[in-house]
Design a protein around this ligand. Sequence first.
Ligand code: NAP
Length: 256
Amino acid sequence: MNSAPEAAPARIALVTGASRGIGRAAALALAQAGVHVVALARTQGALEALDDEIRALRPEVETPATLVPCDLTDLPALDRLGEALHRRWGRLDILIGNAGVLGPLSPLHHVEPKQWEAVFAINVTANWRLIRALDPLLRASRAGRVAFITSGAASRAELLAYWGPYAVSKAALDALARTYAAETLNTSAIKVMLVNPGPLRTRMRATAMPGEDPLTLRVPEELAPKLVALTAPEWQETGKLYDFPSDRVMSFSAPA
Ligand code: NAP
């Protein structure tokens, strides 16, 4: 990343998992809304294709996006990303913690320890390390906004069986986001939301539901404008869940 001082864009967003699916659609929608997108994923070719599309959307801007080819399990790399963003702009306005993996669909007692750890590394630990690395930059923003992409599998009983690592990791992500929302509530302008996309036509969904006709599903491009709205300075809710299938903002309730 270029370390020379440069004029800061009006809004800067880090989107994880920007190479395809929901993250890619979110990155394009944010770029369309005039946000500089820092796009993170492992697949460099897909990030470069995204960069081409963003440049076509914003021909008036010399550098409308920054590519971060990176594996989220490389935790020191996430710290270096925070340092690089600090040197370049001194702030971050939006974090979309979207990248995730499904892991094995099998009974809990069949899951291999390495599979369990791999799901938690990406779905939970990487998001915590991003909070840790980026919190000062989000606080430096006039209106820091964070959205983590969760799943109905975190809470809906009928989705739990055989989805153990994924469901448990998304429940942990929910607690992570709500904790961060509570910690930023009275001490910053940061707002933290969880987003449940519901079933969308992506590679992950096709892997989870191979017998399903993908053409029956909504596409990530339908969710993307909502992600733009949820991370805009005007958004004021925090510590809540936006449920895309019902288009509702929901509060978490204590166990009965
Ligand atoms: P997807 O098409 O499989 O995309 C996943 C993204 O995560 C890819 O960009 C992938 O990029 C990135 N990623 C995975 N492992 C990574 C790693 N180790 N380091 C960096 N990036 C990594 O899935 P999706 O459906 O768009 O899912 C996005 C989010 O929505 C996930 O958190 C998922 O749990 C959630 N969700 C999806 C649905 C649905 O129906 N689609 C429903 C509920 C929740 P690379 O492979 O290039 O690294």
